[in-house]
Ligand binder design. Structure first.
Ligand SMILES: NC(=O)c1ccc[n+]([C@@H]2O[C@H](COP(=O)([O-])OP(=O)(O)OC[C@H]3O[C@@H](n4cnc5c(N)ncnc54)[C@H](OP(=O)(O)O)[C@@H]3O)[C@@H](O)[C@H]2O)c1
Length: 334
């Protein structure tokens, strides 16, 4: 497994990370045994970075990862690194009700995550969205104290813009920014990526398959449960969906010429963007994991990159990457 280092101060991690969210929430039902088997297979293949959020099905995802770590061979468990997001508030019906980045809340969230994961420290800890009521310095300062006490190893950020990144980096060393980045979500290239590069902060890229939309496996016929994120995502609706799937067909031609899959091409494109970028893939079965790992064997030369750029130009996607209400929570899109 190739490795990359998260920023100038962060840990060395596998060149591909596993995002575990879909094993508990947001993309319809998942099979628990297969999820655990997928985490084990990932660790066995050399994937060291496991990403989660305490709010993914209200702790379910952390407990799932905890189970997978507990039941993995010790040699693999010791290499696993946890990346945890906190701060999103839920109610018992699962509704989202804002963010909390106050220092006392940070300590509280961390205490529960450590229990659910069954670990004595979290490797990278970050607030999922900027709490507009709490200066980022206070939230990052609280994580810093957890670092001093040994409960957290590194501080990360998630979906924040260049100004917030600079303020956070002036407060404490920041390992990485977690943010959506794919062939059809490229807004970070304008201001955010130049800022993280200037400051020596890595990127853990999520949604590299745009939540399955550009995986080559998604079709108009796919039935989505009302709780599935994609049932409400602008990119998966009506004409937008058709437009976006047409882009996938253009990509499929390029992938076909190279003898690889669409998903592998999309992941390899993100890998090709720089040594500072680590894609998190949302595989929740061993089959999808195997396909994703195959992307690390794909080399995209200049001709491939030009063809991809022509097939899927930077602003080609139809529809925002989140519904309007959630777009408003993205400091990264201001
Ligand atoms: N910081 C943030 O705000 C934020 C937001 C969202 C996610 N994340 C993190 O990033 C991780 C990845 O995000 P994501 O799950 O949205 O990303 P993704 O990898 O773009 O999408 C995962 C979806 O793609 C489908 N897929 C099709 N082929 C695949 C393949 N070969 N490998 C993997 N998936 C394939 C999966 O399909 P199936 O339906 O077949 O399983 C799943 O529905 C999450 O698990 C989470 O940890 C962070």
């Amino acid at each position: 497994m190739r490795t990359r280092t998260l920023g100038t101060t962060g840990p060395q991690v596998s060149a591909l990370g596993l995002g575990c969210m879909g094993m508990s929430a947001l993309y319809g039902d998942a099979d628990r045994a297969e999820s655990v088997a997928t985490i084990h297979a990932a660790l066995d293949a050399g994937v060291t970075l496991l990403d989660t959020g305490d709010f993914y099905a209200m702790g379910h995802n952390e407990m799932l990862i905890g189970e997978a770590l507990r039941t993995a061979p010790a040699a693999l468990r010791e290499k696993a690194l946890t990346s945890v997001k906190f701060g999103a508030l839920r109610d018992p019906d699962g509704n989202w009700s804002g963010y909390d980045g106050r220092p006392a809340a940070v300590r509280n969230f961390a205490a529960y995550s450590l229990q659910r994961l069954g670990v004595d420290h979290i490797d990278v800890y970050r607030i999922a969205r900027l709490d507009p009521e709490v200066p980022i310095e206070e939230t990052v300062g609280a994580i810093s104290e957890l670092v001093e006490k040994g409960y957290v190893r590194h501080i990360g950020l998630s979906e924040v813009g260049a100004d917030t990144i600079r303020r956070a980096a002036a407060t404490a060393p920041i390992a990485d920014l977690q943010i959506e980045y794919s062939l059809i979500s490229r807004s970070i290239e304008r201001e955010i990526l130049p800022a993280t590069r200037e400051l020596g902060i890595g990127i853990t890229a999520y949604g590299v398959l745009s939540r399955g939309l550009i995986s080559g496996h998604f079709s108009r016929d796919r039935q989505l449960a009302p709780t599935d994120f994609r049932a409400h995502s602008p990119r998966f609706q009506g004409d937008n969906l058709q437009h976006n799937l047409n882009l996938v067909e253009a990509l499929r031609e390029i992938a076909g010429r190279k003898g690889v899959t669409v998903a592998q091409t999309a992941i390899a494109w993100v890998v090709s963007r720089g040594e500072d970028i680590v894609p998190l893939v949302g595989a929740r079965t061993r089959e999808r994991l195997g396909e994703s790992l195959g992307a690390l064997e794909v080399t995209l030369d200049e001709a491939d990159l030009t063809a991809i750029e022509e097939a899927v130009p930077a602003d080609a996607a139809a529809g925002d990457r989140y519904p309007t209400v959630q777009m408003a929570h993205l400091d990264s899109e201001r």
